[in-house]
Design a protein around this ligand. Sequence first.
Ligand code: 26V
Length: 798
Amino acid sequence: MFSNKESFKENFKKRVEMLCGKSFSESTSRDHYETLGLMIREYVSNDWIKTNEKYLAVKGKQVFYLSIEYLLGKLLRQNLINLGVEGLVEKGLEELGIVLEELEEIEPDAGLGNGGLGRLAACFLDSLASLNLPGHGHGIRYKHGLFEQKIVNGYQVELPEQWLRSGNVWEIRKADLAVQIPFWGKVEAKMENGRLVFHHLHTETVTAVPYDVPVVGYHCKTVNTLRLWNAEPAQFPINKDILQYKRRTEAISEFLYPDDTHDEGKILRLKQQYFLVSASLQSIIRSYKKQHGSLNELHQQICIHINDTHPVLAIPELMRILIDEEGFGWDEAWHITKNTISYTNHTTLSEALEKWPIHIFQPLLPRIYMIVNEINERFCRELWEETPGDWDRIAKLSIIADGYVKMAHLAIVGSFSVNGVARLHTEILKEREMQPFYQLFPDKFNNKTNGIAHRRWLLKANPKLSTLISERIGNSWTSAPHELINLLKYQEDRSLLKELGKIKRANKEMLADIIYKQNGITVDPQAIFDVQVKRLHAYKRQLLNVLHILHLYNRILEDSSFRMIPRVFIFGAKASPGYYYAKKIIKLINTVADKVNNDPRVGDQMKVIFLENYRVSLAEKIFTAADVSEQISTASKEASGTGNMKFMINGALTIGTLDGANIEIHERVGDENIFIFGLTAEEVLHYYRHGGYDSDEYYHHDSRIQQIVDQLVNGFFPDVHNEFEPIFDSLLEENDQYFVLKDFASYAETQRKIGEAFKDQISWQKKCLVNIAHAGYFSSDRTIREYAKDIWDIHPVT
Ligand code: 26V
């Protein structure tokens, strides 16, 4: 049906009428979107089946990627591109009077993730399929993805997101593959045939129904599977309140958690985690047994990767299946489990490391708790035998301590590989946060610097730039992103550099239109587009950016000779609904924006824009239109960052700290092509350990800082008295944990240099070109190849 344009058109028209039960002339854009989606699904189904058959036949190792989040965004155009039929379909539709872009608008973003971690999982799926690697995702089919953000009077307001409202063309419900997930109840131990056997009784059981989504590889025949689990009532219990049971059950896959900061709903979060893990493992083991019979060699045939600690219950769940259901002894089961599971750590922030109170864990998952307890006791016994009497060490390493189960400890002890997501992050894990574990298991620790799906973030998001690149270096970079390095040859090619500038300009015009539509503000595409888009967190320091804007505003008002290279400061960020401080920062950005944008004295020198409801599809339009990429986290805090790579590959220049993957970007592009400022991780960690930072000093000795900090509370923003006191206090009373004031001078000076550098457009574009050329390394194809080789031991199946 996609073999040529005419047959596509023919087919499409016929199907619209068949599927929608109306004549083609009466059909709507939604009819067209759905028909096209179903055609694509039908088209890939053959390769999908064949891919699974191949994986069975080849008998090589397979990986199952378990993640509580997948931030997929939209799939329509990416699928067309990967299938190699985008041009044909776009043209064919056009001849039928249909604009593909309008159909894309109809597709809702699949926003089953919070930020970097969930988007990474989505990028990995693209790379796995595109590299013909046998790798499948398992996740939860949340009815409501990440909340929709509205800005009302400068404040964030959250609305439930409704991506499934009109159905989802990409999924197939597989009711026959449903599995049962038990919660609560009691465990009974019995001697049976000379063996202690455990029965989990009086449970409340939930049915997990899989919905499969095809993951289409780029220009290849591989179609992998993302299996998303939906929670549904099992057989209705007698003598129970049926409605309440139904509600409790369905709640499990109702909402994506927007954070883990709050106690309320904690049981539900743990239920989600076990639900994902148990459903995934039951399904993996069932098909494994069909293929292999026994589970003796499980660890040689499959790998189960856990994306952060959220799916760490895979460890005790696999133990449970091996022991309780398959009759393995403890030691054998432990050997298999430990060698099947691998784990990625995504943060060292202590407040983000998961731990579960025993009083919640034990009653909800009694058998799983017993197993975790046994793992812990055996582990502590080993520690004791190694260093008898060293209680301190045992207390530090123990999986269960102080009434909590520490999920990262369980993940490290129960897996064969622990990786960080950028070199600095892995070093901090090894040398500081997880140092005693590193000493114990040095061989488990390894680094896998993150990457991004260049086929989404460049090829799809930025068609103009992609075309220009292909004209110069050929189009094999789409499958071999390191070939982008060949662009370095063109550093002195003025015509190419000018072309680059023109493309950026066109993308900026498109973003300016969006800004006008959403915010009613006109921005000048000639100005520097300076962008910070990411989740709102104190450590990411959106505050540093907005305080600097306030300072520039003060200068414009006070110094009539001061002229700025015009800039548009663009923000996009969601704050966790319960994260009070983050919400204050959003209000501050919008308050500063109001003041700056409405002051005629500022004129065109600057504008401040907060784009509401930042999400994947909006991100695609923002990254391509940015000149400056803000990556300004307090050094040591951002594990990797991936937005930094998305900006880079679209030719934006980074202003950044030596944090996360910024360090590796800096190393590749060199001092000339990036703007680095601020404290190093070592300096930050030294302050944390030994003290010596006094934010008051910076307040008293830098009049610029004093002025902006005072403006937070002195009535400068007249309608919002007291509003920003918590921010003021965080800077002075709480001694500025994130070193905003300490890094201010260096940030301001570096921003000044950026303004200067922008004046020479040819030299600026040359820097952009060098960034694009080096971005190939940060493709998730490279990252996934490293996982495949060093951790999973999986190989392409073609
Ligand atoms: C979560 C929370 C929740 C409680 C409050 C504090 C806090 C701080 C951080 C987090 C993030 C948890 C895990 C995560 O999303 N990490 C991100 O993973 C990305 C992909 O590896 C990486 O690029 C980001 O640097 C990292 O923050």
